[in-house]
Design a protein around this ligand. Sequence first.
Ligand code: NAD
Length: 251
Amino acid sequence: MSEESIQALGTVLDAAQRIVCFTGAGISTESGIPDFRSPGTGLWTKMKPIQFQDFVASDDTRQESWRRKFSGDKTIEQAQPNKGHLALARLVERGQCLGVITQNIDNLHQNSGIPDNKVIELHGNATYASCLECNTRYELADLEAQFVAINRIEPCKHCGGIIKTATISFGQAMPETEMLRAQEYTEQCDLMIVLGSSLTVFPAAGFPQYAKEIGASLAIVNREETPLDDIADVVVREQIGSTMALVVGLN
Ligand code: NAD
């Protein structure tokens, strides 16, 4: 069953010329970053997430959020790309894949060698921060040094705006440019490959469905069932790293 489905994935992949990969937390578990919905991990049950509105409204809440950030673990900052990320980078390098639409915030697609302009981050990025007003980028190491020194993060030195990690928080609007670019990728691709997503977080999960509806092939590589398995051309219920290394021909 698995061998057949992996072979089928290889066949659709070889026939495609404009692949778009759609990735979720599952592609990064082999790099040691837990996902949200695999049994037993439950990242966000450990601490109640801070809503965007509360972060913006209260300086105390902002400082609490920074305290969490700097006292929490550094799993994301220290993670390295795995075979799954590297296989996707190879597809992009070969010119067979337009790019990646990702729900991940871990920067591992960029670290695997895919150019920044080919990684569309729907939920932002946890490895740096930016000003909510003027978008100036701030490095976490510099902010951490400030937090250690004065026990708080000051407003943006350019415009006085609020500095926040570059992730999209609960209650925060989806990034417009990224949503538009993801739609363009979806309309251009002849094959969308979903890798490691439960396809339950919307609006992100709408892209694979849309790709299939407008004529692209749809392949899903995910350990567990997803709501789109029934409409997919190929479903592979295997580990992403070994599966993608095999079909892409990574040594
Ligand atoms: P999810 O946790 O809902 O689903 C992950 C899916 O991947 C699960 O169905 C699981 O069975 C599968 N999976 C896990 N490891 C796998 C592997 N090695 N091989 C094959 N399948 C595997 O993830 P989601 O759909 O991305 O939604 C979660 C949300 O959480 C996203 O919005 C994302 O922004 C955020 N998140 C990001 C990270 C990260 O950046 N690495 C980590 C946790 C959560």
